[in-house]
Design a protein. Structure first.
Length: 150
């Protein structure tokens, strides 16, 4: 079991617990982790399928299946790209936005509860460091977190 293997390394165990918490909150809405990631990405952008594959770090055929399933649940829609008539953009629906918001709120509450033991100055410092880390990682992956199309 993961926690047993890493019980001497509490940071790893804690990380696994929080990944499990995200999965649990997503499952409460019949979403997988990758579906939750998809909807999270679509909250502030309307990428092409190729861009979505890069953002999710999945191959295009996996993204096609993922979007097909989300579209059948009315969580996303495909729309023609105004810039390229051959491409389609993926847009989150109102229902998809509502679902990912609910999952996000629950997870943020879990993280806040975990961090309550830290002084405010440490929480602020951690937030700045994590933000810098995420931006650097995205930049290294060729992803502009600040580009929006909505």
């Amino acid at each position: 079991m993961f926690c047993d293997l890493y019980s001497h390394r509490p940071g790893i165990t804690r990380c696994a617990e929080h990944k499990s918490a995200i999965a649990r909150h997503a499952a409460e809405h019949s979403l997988s982790l990758v579906q939750t990631r998809l909807l999270g990405i679509l909250r502030d952008r309307e990428p092409t399928m190729n861009e979505l594959a890069r953002l999710l770090e999945l191959d295009k055929s996996s993204v096609t299946g993922l979007v097909d399933r989300a579209e059948r649940r009315c969580l996303v829609e495909r729309i023609p790209s105004p810039a390229d008539g051959r491409a389609v953009l993926v847009r989150i629906s109102d229902e998809g936005r509502s679902l990912v918001s609910q999952v996000s709120v629950r997870f943020e509450a879990d993280v806040s509860k975990m961090l309550d033991c830290l002084p405010v100055s440490d929480r602020d410092a951690l937030s700045r460091l994590v933000s810098r880390l995420l931006v650097a990682h995205a930049t290294n992956q060729g992803v502009d977190l600040f580009a929006t199309t909505t």
